[in-house]
Design a protein around this ligand. Sequence first.
Ligand SMILES: Nc1ncnc2c1ncn2[C@@H]1O[C@H](COP(=O)(O)OP(=O)(O)OP(=O)(O)O)[C@@H](O)[C@H]1O
Length: 250
Amino acid sequence: MDYAIEMNNVNVYIDNRHILKNISLKVPYNTVYVIMGPSGSGKTTLLRVINRLIDVNPNAKVEGVVKVLGLNALNHDPYDLRRHIGMLFQVPNPFPHMTIYDNVAVAARINNVARNKKDLYEVVKWALEKAMLWDEVKDRLHDYPHQLSGGQKQRLCLARALAMKPKILLLDEPTANIDPVNARKLEEAIISLKNEITIVMVTHNPHQAARVADYVSIIYDGRIVEQGSASQIFLKPSTEIAQKLLRGEI
Ligand SMILES: Nc1ncnc2c1ncn2[C@@H]1O[C@H](COP(=O)(O)OP(=O)(O)OP(=O)(O)O)[C@@H](O)[C@H]1O
């Protein structure tokens, strides 16, 4: 079977501290793969290995094998790699000086997704619809992001990521800073994307994980302590760490 992402014995060191320890995982295409673990366990670092954002830290060293869409990610041009990978961060970060429309259009332009103005409008509309934001912004596309709520800003960032037509989406606690109603809308968007895009999502919220995940890895102190299908992990967590995490105790 082919996987969208495969990691084999990945180790990450930052400032000579061993941060990720022998990480191996396989993410099947077009599924939602959730990474859970206590604060500081290495979840964000793991995401940043996949799109090589880890490279911006000159004191970080990555060892092992990382395959992304069949490419040898650690030897591949990181800019080319990132053309296939969208990312959402904990704090929504739309471009403040660009309109809602341009925030999304700019991503489509970067990846040459649209051939002309009409195409571009269709891509922007499609991305905003997929992000469950279109109805709320269709009459104010030329407003600026500061006129949106936090949750709308995050969905705008999702639309921006989708407009690149990525094959993979990395979501780093995307609902950590938004209200429950907006969080549910984002979850709905994630679920509706399931069969089209491979999603790797970090979350602290076991209920959210249960709603969206197909597969789960639980990470503790840089190691994967448990991994498997969502039903397996949620119904029968075998380690004490997983049990505590799913009860929200760590
Ligand atoms: N740029 C950096 N410089 C030094 N240490 C770092 C850096 N980035 C991460 N670390 C360390 O790596 C470890 C894992 O951090 P990481 O952000 O991946 O954890 P996390 O599980 O995502 O945490 P949280 O849930 O709090 O976001 C932590 O001990 C952190 O201090």
